[in-house]
Design a protein around this ligand. Structure first.
Ligand SMILES: *Cc1c(COP(=O)(O)O)cnc(C)c1O
Length: 404
């Protein structure tokens, strides 16, 4: 039995997805990771109670500070993302809000992608200004607009690529360069891409955020999130909002997500293959007006997609001729295999209709120029389809019969 926690480099991604961060149990020899649900750990007298004294080598004391199962997940994720460090959180939103509240201080300027996950957009709009943070929403798909928006007090630029829900892309290398010139950091929400498709840190980003609930867990049964980056950036986050806001992931969810990660390589290959087949079929369907998928030649940023993504993932959107709301009702009634539901990245295919006027009213307050770009991707509304791991022929048949 080896007690080295990591396989020797240079193991390929598929091998690291299975072995990195895990190690056989030193007492029992158990090959699968231990699920340690204990909230507390027997400590020596005199152990500190303060997060201030908390360091990388502190023994386990209390699960909100650290836990052996969560630590294995964190080491695996750091390895796969090529990061020095990782902190797992109770959800993607917990990761995002902990990162933003730790990083942004009163008087700081924050630049957020004009289109991003609705929860992130709403938090930046409704919470951050009350903490004295100035927020600008910028269309980061056009680096010239970022250049114009950067200020000496810009502390953080936050991109999401591909952006939920419209699959608009951001050139990470270009945006990282510009942010660094004014001393700002770049964080990238890479939930849709996964480390199989894009490695933001290699492209110059400082921080990466994931909702583990989606592709990384991959089975729709565990909510989780993560922030990855340099140890110097993550140590204060762990000691600060990480511990004090208390968004601790359940060790059980960490264990489920670790099991999901083991098959990420083959799942993403199958998600991409299925999404391409479904995208091609939808492009030829008479009821379908437009399909957007980064793997199609018709994606408005096809060249960037090919340069920045080595897998096009399983997310696509389509617009239909006629009334979107009505077709949404029709699909929710008639689909058998595809579930009409929010979320994404699961083995089950999921579809959901997002009306443009609703999105603009509830989550995104965009300028007329930004609204025009949003509509160029989404028209009056999109069906966001997360292509699962079912047989692509069955998915095409299900969608065709339901569209009529
Ligand atoms: C789902 C999602 C989130 C939020 O993650 P939760 O795990 O639901 O909190 C953040 N960003 C993106 C891109 C997402 O799709």
């Amino acid at each position: 039995m080896s007690d080295t926690p990591q396989p020797r480099p240079p193991a390929a991604f598929a091998t690291r997805a299975i072995h990195a961060g895990e190690h056989p149990d030193p007492v029992t020899g158990a090959s699968a990771p231990n699920l340690v649900m204990s909230t507390t750990f027997v400590t020596e007298a005199g152990a500190s109670f303060s997060a201030e004294d908390f360091g990388e080598n502190t023994p386990f004391i209390y699960t909100r500070w650290g836990n052996p199962t969560i630590a294995q997940l964190e080491r695996k994720l750091a390895n796969l993302e090529g990061a020095e460090a990782c902190i797992a959180f109770a959800s993607g939103m917990s990761a995002i809000t902990s990162l933003l509240l730790q990083t942004l201080k009163p008087g700081d300027h924050f630049i957020l992608s004009d289109v991003s996950y609705a929860g992130t957009a709403e938090f930046a709009r409704d919470f951050l200004p009350a903490h004295g943070v100035e927020v600008s929403r910028v269309d980061l798909s056009d680096p010239a607009l970022l250049e114009a928006a950067l200020r000496p007090n810009t502390r953080l630029v936050y991109a999401e690529t591909p952006a939920n829900p419209i699959l608009k892309l951001t050139d990470i290398a270009a945006v990282a360069d510009m942010a660094h010139r004014v001393g700002a950091k770049l964080a990238v929400d890479s939930t849709f891409a996964t480390p199989i498709a894009t490695r933001p840190l290699d492209l110059g980003a400082d921080l990466v955020v994931h909702s583990l609930t989606k592709y990384l867990g991959g089975h729709g049964d565990a909510v989780g999130g993560a922030v990855l980056g340099r140890t110097d950036d993550l140590a204060p986050l762990r000691k600060g909002t990480g511990i004090h806001l208390g968004g601790t992931i359940s060790p059980f969810n960490a264990w489920l997500i670790m099991r999901g990660l083991a098959t990420l390589t083959i799942r993403m290959r199958a998600h991409e293959e299925g999404a391409l087949a479904v995208a091609n079929a939808l492009e030829n369907h008479p009821k379908v007006k437009r399909v957007i998928y980064p793997g199609l030649a018709s994606h408005p940023q096809m060249a960037l997609a090919r340069r920045q993504m080595s897998n096009f993932s399983g997310m696509l959107t389509f617009q239909i001729h006629g009334d979107g709301e009505e077709v949404a009702r029709q699909l929710s009634d008639r689909l058998h295999t595809v579930h009409y539901a929010v979320s994404l990245g699961h083995h089950r295919s999921l579809i959901f209709y997002l009306s443009t006027s609703e999105m603009l009213r509830t989550s995104f307050l965009l300028t007329p120029e930004q609204e025009a770009v949003y509509r160029s991707f989404a028209g009056d509304g999109i069906f966001r389809l997360s292509v699962g791991l079912e047989d692509p022929g069955d998915l095409i048949a299900d969608l065709s019969q339901a569209l009529g």
